[in-house]
Design a protein around this ligand. Structure first.
Ligand SMILES: [Fe+2]
Length: 363
């Protein structure tokens, strides 16, 4: 039932309008001045206000302005015994929905109230639909986010399974890929990469040595230095990883990043000898993370060199092998932000990836 407020200083008008509007099925309250009207308006939701213009105290136009500011949908009908073009113009400018000249006949006021109540209902319905639409949109967005998270979790599971398959063949790399992924993610965050880039770097880190599946296990775990033929076999792992990963449609360019993780800024890397910006930034981050983790970890043929030696190595090779900005971010993480490589059981046991190099092992 629409709720109507009648504001008029003349009691007889207040009561007669209230009476026939109630008979017409409206819920009607009355006030004798603007102040009383504002008190009632503050207490409840009204659909239509019918107000006199000239009253002792503040005028009906002042009331109209206050209503417009507080509740823009409430319909206001102005009534006055002293009609003038200016008053009517003021009322319309201030947002009145109708203007009636006294004496007002029952039929006129009923018609005006009915029209105003219909308009108010339309606004209410419009708002309700907008709110419903917003809830629906939010629901959809939430569902998309949830499904995306589920998909990412499933992909992450698959990626971890691949990494485990590699590690099971080569105990020396146990934990290495996880730690490289963790460091690469931290560097990407430090450099302010977007969320997609950070995820790409992390997951590429988890599988970066996937191609080692095709390298004979005895070469992977060989404690002494590698000959040229063995090193050539090792170098194939970037391409093998790429070939395996490119068959899966990931939301990140994992195959390409794995393909590039041994490329060097000056073109001296493998397998394609890419240089500078031809190497994806994410792959440049992986390259630095890979070497830092490998050097900081224990080797079958030497104890861990420690993080300081690893940082000195990347600083020494910045601009030639490594991206200068990536090196700076990595150094900042360890020196200023307290980053440490995860002390996983594998690290504690002193195993990690070999830095494969023909001839003398690094350091
Ligand atoms: Fe590798």
């Amino acid at each position: 039932m629409p709720k109507i407020l009648i504001v008029d200083d003349e009691k007889s008008i207040r009561l007669s309008v209230q009476s026939f509007l109630q008979d017409a099925g409206y819920e009607v309250r009355v006030a004798e001045d603007t102040r009383g009207a504002r008190a009632l308006l503050a207490e409840g939701d009204y659909d239509v206000v019918v107000t006199d213009v000239v009253m002792p105290g503040a005028s009906g136009v002042t009331l109209l302005q206050a209503i417009r500011e507080a509740s823009p949908d409430v319909q206001v009908i102005m009534m006055t015994g002293e009609p003038s073009v200016e008053t009517a113009a003021d009322a319309v400018r201030a947002g009145a929905s109708d203007y009636l000249a006294k004496p007002v006949g029952k039929a006129d006021i009923l018609k005006a109230v009915r029209r105003a109540a219909d308009t108010k209902r339309m606004w209410d319905e419009n708002r309700r639909l907008q709110a419903e639409n917003r809830r629906y949109q939010e629901g959809l967005e939430q569902m998309v986010t949830q499904r995306t998270e589920e998909l990412h979790r499933a992909l992450e599971g698959a990626i971890r399974a691949m990494a485990l398959a590699v590690e099971s063949r080569d105990p020396y790399t146990a934990g290495h890929e996880q730690r490289v992924a963790g460091l690469a993610r931290a560097i990407a965050e430090e450099m302010g990469l977007p969320g997609e880039g950070i995820q790409a770097v992390y997951f590429a880190g988890v599988v970066h040595d996937l191609g080692k599946l095709s390298v004979p296990a005895e070469i992977l775990s060989k404690p002494s230095q590698l000959n040229a033929a063995e090193f050539a076999l090792i170098k194939m792992h970037s391409n093998t990883g790429y070939q395996i990963l490119k068959t899966v449609e990931f939301p990140w360019p994992l195959a390409e990043l794995v393909f590039q993780h041994h490329e060097r800024m000056d073109g001296s890397g493998y397998p394609r000898g890419l240089s500078g910006n031809a190497i994806a930034l994410e792959a440049r981050i992986l390259a630095v993370s890979d070497v830092v983790e490998a050097m900081a970890s224990h080797r079958p043929y030497r104890p861990a060199l420690g993080i300081e030696a690893a940082l000195a190595e990347i600083v020494d090779k910045r601009g030639t092998w490594f991206d200068t900005r990536v090196v700076a971010a990595c150094v900042r993480l360890f020196r200023e932000k307290g980053f440490t490589l995860d002390a996983s059981p594998a690290a504690a046991a002193g195993v990690g990836e070999r830095v494969w190099k023909q001839g003398e092992p690094v350091a």
